[in-house]
Write a protein that binds this ligand. Structure first.
Ligand code: GLP
Length: 267
């Protein structure tokens, strides 16, 4: 795992977007795993800007979203289908046939989850999985005590998650869906590369537990410590509780792989 600290939320999000863009340029048929939440809004805005300004080409890219609320139709304003359509899919040249999300209205939930796992396999697996961090340490909707080898399945959401996500769902946690379909921790760990973006002081404690704390199903993001290629991009506000800050800063300032990004004033 690598942790990279950037001075502001905007620069952290821009660096994450540039890493995605670099992967897409290197492999135009990239299989890209997508996340939602407020953190990702800036990443998608930056990818749209790169598409418009530099011609970043999504035409051969395939996408798989991490999760979707159970019980919401795809065109519901709170659904992740709608979030993705609004922030990315309608604004870049992704082929609709290659953008996949779980169906929150599926009658046979087990069959839907099995279908999704099969589609990921048939696509050759996920090359790069974007991830945010829930306030309870979740990745996707893998709430505390999710098995660290879990596969795509339904999960009941914790009160912390309902409170955290209420802002994107009309503001009232009591009116939100209580369950979601999510890729499992095991599904996520099979992505060839994971890119996590964490911003803001409210995530400082859970970030430190996820990256420097013990591996535990109580903080499912801690399972990323097992991943052979996981990069965690954070802003200063989120980084304040990290024990290894000096080392992480040295990595970004000195390691050759980060040279192109050190010279990029936006990132
Ligand atoms: C939701 C998503 C997660 C995401 C999290 C972070 O719970 N299921 O994939 O990481 O939100 O949300 P935010 O970026 O709004 O803090």
């Amino acid at each position: 795992m690598e942790v990279i600290i950037r001075p502001t939320a905007g620069r952290a999000a821009r660096l994450a977007a540039r890493l995605v863009a670099g992967a897409l340029r290197a492999k135009p048929a990239l299989v890209l795993g997508l996340a939602t939440g407020r953190t990702m809004e800036q990443v998608y805005a930056e990818l749209v800007a790169l598409h418009q300004q530099t011609g970043l080409d999504f035409s051969q890219c395939a996408t798989f979203n991490l999760d979707e609320y159970i019980g919401l139709p795809a065109d519901h304003p709170w659904s992740y289908h709608e979030y993705m359509r609004r922030l990315l899919f309608s604004r870049v040249n992704l082929s609709p046939a290659r953008t996949r999300l779980l169906d929150g209205l599926a009658e046979d939930v087990a069959a839907e989850c099995a279908r999704y796992e099969r589609l990921i396999r048939e696509a050759g697996g996920i090359d790069l999985q974007l991830l945010g961090l829930g306030s309870d340490g979740h990745i996707g909707f893998n709430e505390p005590l999710s098995a660290l080898r879990s596969r795509t399945r339904p999960k009941a959401l914790t009160p912390a998650t309902l409170a955290q996500n209420a802002a994107l769902c009309g503001g009232d946690p009591d009116r939100m869906p209580r369950r979601a379909l999510t890729m499992g921790v095991g599904t996520i760990l099979e992505a060839r590369r994971c890119l996590v973006l964490v911003i803001g002081a409210s995530k400082a404690d859970i970030l430190a537990r996820a990256v420097e704390g013990p591996l535990t199903a109580m903080v499912t993001a801690s399972a990323l410590q097992l991943h052979p290629h996981c990069q965690v991009i954070v802003d200063e506000a989120a980084a304040v509780q990290l024990q290894g800050q000096d080392y992480y800063r040295w990595i970004f300032a000195n390691e050759p792989e980060w040279a192109p990004y050190r010279q990029d004033p936006a990132a």
